[in-house]
Write a protein that binds this ligand. Structure first.
Ligand code: FAD
Ligand code: DHB
Length: 396
């Protein structure tokens, strides 16, 4: 079979790319190894930057997000038992973020693609990419254990996350990886309780980091810094709540609203970037090309930013027959990616307890938080990164 763009992976990057291309009159086929039910049920990120929110509305997939998501106009940084608020609209000329879970974004995108006749193949196996350095690359796969099938395409978009086949298919010596591992992970929980706070709380304590987020009026999302290879069995509900109470305590006696915990996961944390993000007619986007530690909520938003740049370049190829935006894809995307890497690394370093850290280190972290939340210049820098750096400045 033939298509214009073969897309590997139905995560936010692959689905969003397919939808934007469709709106430009460009055909694609999306291949996904997991089932529709599985991708729609995987709990991951929850904060959408202003640019992601605007893009979802612009491409007609924002209606449920606008109804059910929560616009957050600020966030709390908690340290030394006190709260300091960063006001996003005030510091960024009216921008904010939306708390709306990644799997809800996935549901909205899958529904939009299928409603407009989009071709998404779920539960495929044996996916492989070929002839990348020619003008007619191809992808092979199997569906329901059947014969190997081939898609011939003009382009392949590798949107298959950290464990995919696209990046490893690029010949050795072409890519350079840049990596930083962190000596901790996050234990994330979902619980049945009312919100503990109207806004997210990022907290530094001498026992480590804690984060209070939300999903709905009855479901809350909270995270705790833990060992990078910690086991969920080590974390009884009692231990989790006692750690949240200790790490989130304020001078005026704040305590989280507790409730039944129905999901616990541990994620490791690393920063990773591959350069370049393209080889011949294969273009990598999202987690296939880069990973950020979650502090600052950039992972999903970066995936969306990549495909926005890629879709524009592909569209220019078909409309004007020009390849300059395609040639510059990697360079354009990487400028924004490295800024988001820097922000995520900085937020992570400022808010976590490092193994072996002494009181001096803790005092310096507290001083940094005091400075960041006390100086208008420093608060503005945090706010503009948190709501998302502009897309357009990157495409000039
Ligand atoms: P993915 O969402 O990973 O999508 C890739 C898709 O490709 C998957 O559906 C996968 O099944 C499919 N695939 C893989 N291999 C193949 C193949 N060979 N053929 C076909 N399909 C394939 N970010 C935050 O900002 N905050 C968070 O709290 C947060 N929590 C996270 C928790 C976890 C457990 C993980 C893994 C990530 C988390 N992230 C978080 C990061 C964020 O979810 C990702 O950055 C985002 O999902 C990237 O989107 P993507 O489309 O690039 O990749
Ligand atoms: C959430 C995740 C993050 O990584 C973050 O920085 C804030 C919120 C969340 O899942 O709600």
């Amino acid at each position: 079979m033939k298509t214009q763009v073969a897309i590997i992976g139905a995560g936010p990057a692959g689905l969003m790319l397919s939808h934007i291309l469709h709106l430009q009159g460009i055909e694609s086929i999306v291949l996904e190894t997991r089932s529709r039910e599985a991708i729609e049920a995987t709990i991951r990120a929850g904060v959408l930057e202003q640019g992601t929110v605007d893009l979802m509305k612009e491409i007609g997939v924002g209606a449920r997000m606008e109804r059910e998501g929560f616009r957050h106009e600020g966030t709390i940084l908690r340290f030394d038992g006190i709260d300091r608020r960063i006001d996003f609209p005030e510091l960024t000329g009216g921008k904010a973020v939306m708390v709306y879970a990644q799997h809800e974004v996935i549901k909205d995108l899958v529904e939009a693609r299928l409603a407009s006749g989009g071709d998404i193949r779920f539960e495929v196996t044996d996916v492989s990419v070929h002839d990348l350095d020619t003008t007619s690359p191809s992808v092979r796969f199997r569906q329901q254990g059947g014969e190997l099938q081939t898609i011939e395409a003009d382009f392949i978009a590798g949107c298959d996350g950290t464990q995919g086949v696209s990046r490893p298919a690029i010949p050795k010596g072409v890519l350079k990886g840049f990596e930083r591992l962190y000596p901790f992970g996050w234990l994330g929980i979902l619980c049945k309780a009312p919100p503990s706070s109207d806004e997210l709380i990022y907290a530094l304590s001498d026992r480590g980091f804690a984060l209070v987020s939300t999903r709905s009026p009855d479901v809350q999302r909270l995270y705790l810094q833990c060992e990078p290879t910690d086991k969920i069995e080590n974390w009884s509900d009692d231990r989790i709540w006692s750690e949240f109470r200790a790490r989130l305590a304020t001078r005026d006696g704040w305590a989280p609203k507790e409730g039944q915990i129905f999901s616990k996961t541990v994620v490791g944390m690393r920063s990773f970037v591959t350069e370049p993000m393209q080889y011949g007619r294969l273009f990598l986007a999202g987690d296939a090309a880069h990973v950020v530690p979650p502090t600052g909520a950039k992972g999903l938003n970066l995936a969306v930013a990549d495909v926005r740049v890629l879709a524009r370049a592909i569209s220019q190829f078909y409309k004007a027959g020009q390849e300059d935006l395609l040639e510059r894809y990697s360079e354009t995307a990487l400028r924004r990616i490295w800024k988001a890497q820097r922000f995520s690394w900085w937020m992570t370093s400022m808010l976590h307890r490092f193994p072996g850290a002494d009181e001096f280190q803790h005092k310096v972290q507290v001083a940094e938080l005091d400075y960041v939340t006390g100086s208008r210049a420093a608060s503005t820098a945090l706010a503009e990164n948190y709501v998302g750096l502009p897309f357009d400045a990157l495409e000039d």
